[in-house]
Design a protein around this ligand. Structure first.
Ligand code: NAP
Length: 243
């Protein structure tokens, strides 16, 4: 079967590796991070919206679209749902389960940036692990706060109220504990990404009794089939072959 996998997270790579020996797989990435090495065809860069993606699906005679993108990459997931409909093919999706708090955790949920700034008022030294978004709000840093921002890559910031750390996960618990202590962090700010690669920061916050502010997940479209595990999705694609 000809499959297009929309990737961008580690599980999508696992899926591509599992399906490549038995299907004709194209793996697609936006091109913002590292380009992985895979035993299948690769495509790098956007399609030009849902119409562009639908045109690609038709040109390549794709029979199954698999959305295995990050839970906060809502635009591409919405494009995928529309494009699959336009091209008349099924959409399957890997929807990574959210992290859940453990007893004693102080997790606070906010809907957007405005909610985030309000929730941060009582804190002085937040640690942001939201990507580039905080760097767009450097001018709004209250005088009593100092922000530590970790992201993949960014231009250095000139603000004395901000420390920028460019780093790529996964991060170990010990590393996260050192970071939280060294920078005297009093609140962790994160997306509820789920998965194991960047989960250690939550364990470190738990260990040090640091509250966590979580940006709510965006709403995603409903796919024809949705899977909480890529192994299950891969198994179903293999079963499909032997039907
Ligand atoms: P987004 O807002 O949903 O997508 C923005 C645009 O990027 C899309 O409209 C599409 O461009 C292009 N795009 C996104 N994923 C693509 C893919 N797999 N293949 C080809 N084009 C893609 O996504 P984002 O939040 O910027 O994230 C970009 C990529 O990084 C995603 O693939 C996601 O899986 C990965 N990622 C995101 C996060 C996060 O926190 N958002 C974290 C880790 C990894 P066109 O409209 O031109 O097709």
């Amino acid at each position: 079967m000809r499959i297009l996998i929309l990737g961008g997270v580690g599980e999508a790579l696992k899926l591509a590796r599992a399906l490549a020996p038995i299907h004709r797989v194209i793996y697609s990435v936006a091109g913002k991070g590292r380009i992985p090495e895979l035993p299948c065809a690769m495509r790098v860069g956007g399609f030009g919206g849902a119409d562009g993606l639908a045109a690609f699906l038709r040109e390549q005679s794709i029979e199954r679209l698999i959305d295995a993108t990050h839970p906060y990459a809502a635009q591409i997931s919405h494009n995928a749902a529309l494009a699959a409909r336009l091209a008349g093919i099924p959409l399957w999706a890997y929807r990574r389960p959210a992290w859940r708090p453990e007893p004693g955790d102080d997790w606070r949920s906010v809907a957007d940036w405005t909610g985030m700034m309000a929730a941060l008022r009582e804190f002085r030294r937040p640690f942001f692990t939201l990507g580039l978004e905080p760097l767009r709000h450097v001018a709004d840093i209250p005088p009593e706060q100092h922000w530590l921002v970790r992201c993949l890559a960014a231009e250095p910031s000139a603000s004395p109220r901000l420390t920028l750390l460019c780093a790529t996960g996964p991060f170990a618990l010990e590393q996260e504990l050192v970071l939280l202590r060294d920078y005297r962090i009093d609140v962790l700010v994160a997306k509820n990404s789920g998965g194991g690669a960047v989960e250690a920061k939550l364990a470190a916050a738990r260990r040090l009794n640091i509250p966590v502010i979580l940006l709510e997940r965006p709403a995603l479209p409903v796919a024809d089939r949705e899977f909480a595990e890529v192994a299950r999705l891969a198994a179903e694609m293999t079963d499909f072959l032997s039907d």
